[in-house]
Design a protein around this ligand. Structure first.
Ligand code: GLY
Length: 360
C-alpha cells in the first residue's frame, strides 16, 4: 500500500495505491466528503460490468445513495452531447451541491466526469477511481478535465482537482495488451523526462508480467514525478509542459489516423523517438545510446517507434497553419535520458528540421 500527497493548498489531495481498494472506496470517500448523501458514479459500458457493482456496494455500505451512469466506451463519449445528457441525468437523480461525482474508468471517463463535476451546480466534489494504466499514471492526477470539440481534442475544459484518487492496481489485470501498452508509453515517458534510474529499472523489467510484479513501485514513481511537476505548475504555464515530451508529434500521428488508427500511447511512443532524433539533429541531446535504448524499450511493449503521417498533420501540430499565433513553439527535448528541457524554437525552424527527419 502506498500513499502520495499532492500539495496544492486548499486543493490538496491524496493518491492511494492499494491492491483490492475497489472494495473500500466507500470509506475513503466518506473521509473526504463527510456531508455527501448522493454519489453519481460515471463510468462506461466496458467498465460497468467489471467493477460497477463492487464500487456501488462499497459506497452504499458507507451510507451513500448511488446513481450509476454508464455511457459508451471510447473517445467519442467525450463530447458536448454526452456531457449535456449527463448534466440532465444528474439533476434528475437529485444531485445537490454537497454531493459528489465519481469517475470510474479510464482517461475518457475521468475527463468527462471531471468536467461534469466542475460544471454541474457550479462545481461539486470529484473523486477519481482510474482503472487503466494510462489513467493511473497520468490523466487522473493533476486536475485537467475536458471534452473534445469538432475543432480538436480537449478544447473545452478546466482545472478541477479531485478530492482523492483511489487506485486499485488489480484493475489492470482486465486490460487487453494493447491498452496496457498504451499506458506503458506514458510510464516510459516519465523515465525519459525525469528519472534515469527509473528508466533503467524499466529496461530491466521489459514485459507486462515484470511490470505487474512491481506495479505499486511503478505507479508510485510515475505519480510522484507528476506530483512534483503539478505542485510547481498547477496551471500548465511552465514546468508542466515537460509532460508533453513526445506529444507535439504524437498529436500529428493521432490526428493523421483520425484518433482511431493509433492510440494516444502509440502516438506518444513514436513522438518521443522523433523528439530524441530532433534533439540529436540539433546537437542538444547527448550523442549516446539514447535513441537505441528508447526504441528497444518501446518495442518490448509492442509500441511503434516510427509512424508515417501526412506532412499537413505535422504542420498543424506545430501550429504553423494558424495565422497570428506567434512564430515560436516550445519543443520538449532531452539532454539525456532522465533530463528533459523546454526549447523555444521558431515554428519554421522546427518544420525544417522535421522535414529532414521525415525524409530519412
Ligand atoms: N497529461 C499532461 C498533464 O497533465 O499536464
Amino acid at each position: 500500500m502506498k500513499t502520495l500527497h499532492i500539495d496544492l493548498g486548499s486543493r490538496s489531495y491524496d493518491i492511494h495505491i492499494v491492491p483490492g481498494l475497489l472494495d473500500r472506496v466507500g470509506e475513503e470517500i466518506r473521509k473526504v466528503c463527510p456531508k455527501a448523501k448522493r454519489i453519481a458514479i460515471i463510468t462506461d459500458t466496458n467498465v460497468e460490468p467489471l467493477y460497477g457493482a463492487r464500487v456501488e456496494n462499497s459506497l452504499e455500505h458507507a451510507g451513500f445513495d448511488t446513481g450509476l451512469f454508464a455511457g459508451p466506451a471510447g473517445e467519442g463519449a467525450k463530447c458536448a452531447t454526452h456531457l449535456a445528457a449527463l448534466w440532465e441525468a444528474m439533476m434528475h437523480y437529485g444531485l445537490t451541491r454537497t454531493d459528489a461525482v465519481v469517475a470510474l474508468g479510464g482517461g475518457v471517463v475521468g475527463d468527462l466526469a471531471g468536467f461534469a463535476a466542475a460544471t454541474i451546480l457550479r462545481g461539486v466534489d470529484f473523486i477519481q477511481i482510474p482503472t487503466t494504466l494510462l489513467a493511473q499514471v497520468d490523466s487522473s492526477v493533476g486536475g485537467k478535465v475536458a471534452i473534445d470539440l469538432a475543432a480538436g481534442k480537449n478544447l473545452a475544459g478546466c482545472f478541477w482537482q479531485p478530492k482523492v484518487v483511489l487506485m486499485d492496481p488489480e484493475t489492470l489485470n482486465t486490460l487487453d495488451d494493447k491498452t496496457f501498452s498504451d499506458g506503458m508509453a506514458e510510464v516510459i515517458k516519465y523515465g525519459c523526462i525525469a528519472d534515469r534510474e527509473f528508466f533503467a529499472f524499466l529496461c530491466a523489467h521489459p514485459s507486462r508480467g515484470e511490470i505487474m510484479e512491481n506495479i505499486e513501485h511503478v505507479l508510485y514513481t510515475c505519480c510522484d514525478i507528476k506530483r512534483s511537476v503539478v505542485e510547481e505548475d498547477e496551471r500548465d504555464t511552465g514546468r508542466r509542459m515537460l509532460l508533453n515530451f513526445g506529444h507535439t508529434l504524437g498529436h500529428a500521428y493521432e490526428r493523421s489516423g483520425n484518433y482511431e488508427t493509433w492510440t494516444h500511447g502509440q502516438a506518444v511512443a513514436a513522438g518521443m523517438c522523433a523528439a530524441v532524433q530532433l534533439g540529436l539533429d540539433l546537437g542538444v541531446t547527448e550523442r549516446g545510446e539514447e535513441l537505441r535504448v528508447l526504441t528497444g524499450l518501446l518495442e518490448a511493449f509492442g509500441l511503434p517507434t516510427h509512424i508515417d503521417c501526412g506532412w499537413e498533420d505535422i504542420v498543424k501540430a506545430v501550429g504553423l497553419d494558424k495565422k497570428g499565433e506567434g512564430e515560436d513553439i516550445t519543443m520538449i527535448l532531452l539532454r539525456e535520458i532522465g533530463l528533459a528541457f523546454p526549447k523555444k524554437m521558431s515554428k519554421d525552424g522546427v518544420l525544417q528540421n522535421l522535414k529532414a527527419l521525415y525524409r530519412r
